[in-house]
Structures are given as structure tokens and as C-alpha cells.
Design a protein around this ligand. Sequence first.
Ligand SMILES: NC(=O)c1ccc[n+]([C@@H]2O[C@H](COP(=O)([O-])OP(=O)(O)OC[C@H]3O[C@@H](n4cnc5c(N)ncnc54)[C@H](OP(=O)(O)O)[C@@H]3O)[C@@H](O)[C@H]2O)c1
Length: 250
Amino acid sequence: MAKNIINKTVLITGGAKRIGAHISEFLHGTGMNVIIHYRNSASSAKKLKSKLNKKRVNSAEILQADLLDKDSLSPLIENSVKIFGRLDCLINNASSYYPTPLLKINEDSWEELMGSNLKAPLFLSKFAAPYLKEVNGSIINITDTHIKSPKKSYIIYSIAKSGLVTLTHSLAQELAPEVRVNAVAPGPILWPDDKNEFSDIYKAKVVKETLLKKTGDPSNISEAVYFLIAKGLYTTGHVLEVDGGRSFSL
Ligand SMILES: NC(=O)c1ccc[n+]([C@@H]2O[C@H](COP(=O)([O-])OP(=O)(O)OC[C@H]3O[C@@H](n4cnc5c(N)ncnc54)[C@H](OP(=O)(O)O)[C@@H]3O)[C@@H](O)[C@H]2O)c1
């Protein structure tokens, strides 16, 4: 049973849909105030905000930003702090994800995949750090279990997520002792919305490769995030695999 963590505020990037939306709703359910960041998913973000504020008045807000726009990163943090007067946790969840076979790599794919998965988490952490220090807060980076043996053709995504693990380790040292920095590495939780991205044969292979012989659920990620925020108070610089044991076969 999740413990109540009333009066704390969390910013979830990419928090309007899929895993990010589940994290937003789950943490809200533990008593936290949530700031749901979105880029294009305005309607999902508004719906989620309204649903959460109906449960508890003035407990959820939304902020729009394209994390590739370097001038959006500091304002995203500053505006988040203004809304509820504090920031206890930054969850770097937003991510772009698509294959980049070597011969198709170009500057745009580099900027987009590195920008959303690595550069934005770094700069958001930098801008959030003073506020997180004030309240002994934490940062949680959402990485990917697959980087242990990178998925073929996903070169830039894989190096960006690997960088995010290194960033987790670096920031844990940089921001200690006031701020804890951890990561959650999901395995197969939700298949991409684009039905053509993965074939049924590939999906079956992935499931077979997990020790638990099934895909996970967004709630598995939310519970891991909750643990790292509220329970794992002696844990920093850690990557928590939530992958059904898939990393053993990678
Ligand atoms: N799904 C899985 O099974 C799985 C497996 C391993 C790792 N992960 C990791 O877990 C996290 C959540 O996964 P997911 O599948 O739920 O993610 P997702 O749906 O692929 O993406 C989450 C959100 O990221 C936002 N985003 C992408 N590029 C952005 C940018 N330039 N600026 C601002 N926002 C941007 C999008 O927001 P808008 O919709 O508002 O544009 C999107 O809704 C990701 O970090 C992912 O890498 C997921």
C-alpha cells in the first residue's frame, strides 16, 4: 500500500500519456501534487489534469514544452516551482524512440533522440537542483533495460539511454548528500503505439526472453518510482530494473 506523501510536488516529463500518465496518476494517488509536462498531447494532459483535480482540488497542473527547445528547459522548472511553491521530485520520463540504422543517421535524429533522452534530463536536473536541495528531493531517470545489449538499429536511442544511466551515477555524486538520484529501467511494458513498429513474432520473442514470461504493466513502473521517492531513502545512484528478468537474456 502506497504511503501518503501529502504536500510534496513532482514534475513528470511526458506525463500525459502511457507510462508517464500512469506515474502521474499513481503519485497523485499517494497525496503528491503533480505537474504533468507534455509536448503535443494537450488534450490527454488536460483530461488527466481535470480528472486529478476532481479527486483533490488544486493538486494537478499541466505545462507544455518541447524539450528540444533549449530555452524551454529553465522556464519549465521555474514555472513548476511557482505552481505549488516547491519541487520535491523530477521524473525524466519523456523520450523519443525510433530506429536509426547507421546509414540513415543524420543530425536531426541525433538532436531529437539525444535531446529528449539525455540532454533535456541533464539540463532539467541542473535547473531543478537548487530547489530539490532545499527539500531533500530526488531525481528519477527512466532508462531502458535493453541498453545492456542494445537493440539492433536503435543506435542513437541506445547511446542516449546509456548516457542517462551514466548521468544518474554522475548526478548522484554531484548532488549528494541533499538530493538522491536514481533510475528505473523498464523492460517490455507497453508496445509502441505505432502498430508497425514491432511484429507479433518479435513481441513473442521478447516475452519469451523475460524470466517471468509476460510483459509488465505501467503500474510496475509507477510502484518502482514510488519506492525510490518515498521508501528507498538510503538509495542513490541506483538503476532499478523493472523488466521481468529480461536483462538476463540480453
Ligand atoms: N514502453 C515501454 O515498454 C518502455 C520500455 C523501456 C523503456 N521505456 C521508457 O519509459 C519511458 C516511458 O515510455 P513510454 O513508452 O510511455 O514513452 P512514449 O510514449 O514513447 O513517450 C512519452 C512522451 O515523451 C514525450 N516526448 C517525446 N519527445 C519529446 C520532446 N522533444 N519534448 C517533450 N516531450 C517529448 C511525448 O509527449 P507528447 O505526447 O506530449 O508529445 C510522449 O508522450 C520512456 O523514457 C521510455 O524510453 C519504455
